[in-house]
Ligand binder design. Structure first.
Ligand code: SF4
Ligand code: SF4
Length: 225
């Protein structure tokens, strides 16, 4: 007989031991399964999405002005590798308990037309109670703002789930004026994806980065004040 409270504590402790700052569990039933771009014989049987967040280095972010720095680019890549490693460690622990687990890559695009991964880590994190989608179109956590990166592990291990966050940006507008592309709007649903994407492509081209990164609105967002 598996105990969901015991399982949750075990997996959560493991995540924190590996450097994670955030841990939450979403009920996959309430998360739109049609948003999961994954063909697996297991997918319909998986009940939970574990969301794990790493708190990015504040000092590295503070050095960003109006474009990403080489140090941030390196940090971004290493954090993705760590998050993928945490995904593997959690998968191994879950399988040892006799259950299924699918670690979703921290940063892998599978649909180039829509620029989507296997699933949206930020939307799953929101469903797991770790924050909300802010005006900058990123997850905003109450404690760390948008200064986090995320990974997801899908599983059928019985776990205690968290309710989705109902908070929002409130009166904060700290990210609006800093965006070099003018992509961030008053209303999150008006976020200009194309402008943001074009700005990231320009950074990648002119700064010789192999990934589309920015970091400007990540730095600006420390959560609503
Ligand atoms: S990532 Fe950069 S370009 Fe995109 S919204 Fe944030 S600040 Fe603007
Ligand atoms: S900086 Fe403020 S307005 Fe922008 S996403 Fe963060 S909390 Fe929301």
């Amino acid at each position: 007989m598996t105990n969901s409270k015991e399982n949750t504590e075990k997996i959560k402790t493991l995540c924190h031991q590996w450097g994670a700052a955030l841990f939450g569990v979403a009920d996959l039933g309430s998360f739109k399964k049609e948003e999961v771009l994954l063909s697996s014989p297991w997918i319909d049987r998986l009940s939970c999405g574990i969301s794990v967040g790493f708190h990015l280095s504040d000092s590295i972010l503070e050095a960003i002005e109006d474009h990403p720095t080489p140090l941030y680019f390196h940090h971004y890549q290493r954090v993705n590798i760590l998050l993928d490693t945490i995904g593997l460690i959690i998968t191994s622990a879950i399988q040892d308990l006799g259950y299924q687990a699918i670690p979703i890559p921290a940063s892998q695009i599978v649909d180039w037309k829509t620029q989507k991964g296997h699933l949206s880590h930020k939307h799953l994190a929101r469903a797991a109670g770790l924050g909300w989608i802010g005006r900058n179109n990123l997850l905003v956590n109450e404690k760390f703002g948008s200064r986090v990166r995320l990974v997801t592990i899908l599983t059928d291990l019985p776990l205690m789930t968290n309710p989705p966050s109902i908070q929002d940006c409130g009166s904060c507008h700290a990210c609006l004026s800093v965006c070099p592309a003018g992509a961030i709007k008053e209303r999150q649903e008006n976020f200009d994806h194309l402008r943001c994407y074009e700005q990231l492509r320009t950074f990648a081209k002119t700064l010789h980065f192999s990934h589309n990164i920015c970091g400007v609105c990540v730095k600006a967002c420390r959560g609503p004040k």
